[in-house]
Design a protein around this ligand. Sequence first.
Ligand SMILES: CC(C)(COP(=O)(O)OP(=O)(O)OC[C@H]1O[C@@H](n2cnc3c(N)ncnc32)[C@H](O)[C@@H]1OP(=O)(O)O)[C@@H](O)C(=O)NCCC(=O)NCCS
Length: 148
Amino acid sequence: MDMIFKPMDESHIDRLLKIEEKCFLGDSWTRLMFESEVKNKISSFIVALSNDEEAILGYCCVWFIADFAEITNIAVSPEFWRQGIGKTILYYIIEKSKKNKCKYINLEVKSTNIAAISLYEKMGFVSVGQRKKYYKDNSDAILMTKDL
Ligand SMILES: CC(C)(COP(=O)(O)OP(=O)(O)OC[C@H]1O[C@@H](n2cnc3c(N)ncnc32)[C@H](O)[C@@H]1OP(=O)(O)O)[C@@H](O)C(=O)NCCC(=O)NCCS
């Protein structure tokens, strides 16, 4: 699917909160968290919009820290799951990280999140460790990385 990438701004936040609720249930980011990313100098928060710019298909927040990138949030709006949007967003972030001279990209994912783990493995991320009982529901975090 074709999409347009734009930096996230205040006008997107109401819609992002709705997608976030559906994607992360009780574990979603708050308005304050989205607002603080607009001001955060190390953060690049991009939204993937439909061609007419009406719908937010998905989004990703990445922090550029020294020589690596850290994905802090990524989601696709449920109406658009399984259409290759997650892959396209990640590909965009990987290319952006290469342009920013990052050597690798890190992320954390719930060990129970089969869809996301499968997506990351397809995009070349490998598991490098875990944090036991890291999330509110006591599930473990898997640490994944991709060399660039
Ligand atoms: C994970 C997520 C971003 C995937 O987005 P998506 O646009 O549906 O993913 P894509 O269509 O690009 O799929 C790419 C690959 O991911 C995997 N995948 C996606 N959804 C899956 C599912 N429900 N079950 C198993 N694998 C899945 C598959 O390997 C898929 O490749 P395939 O279509 O060739 O089989 C999306 O499910 C989502 O937003 N989930 C809720 C938020 C979330 O969990 N974010 C990650 C936090 S770490």
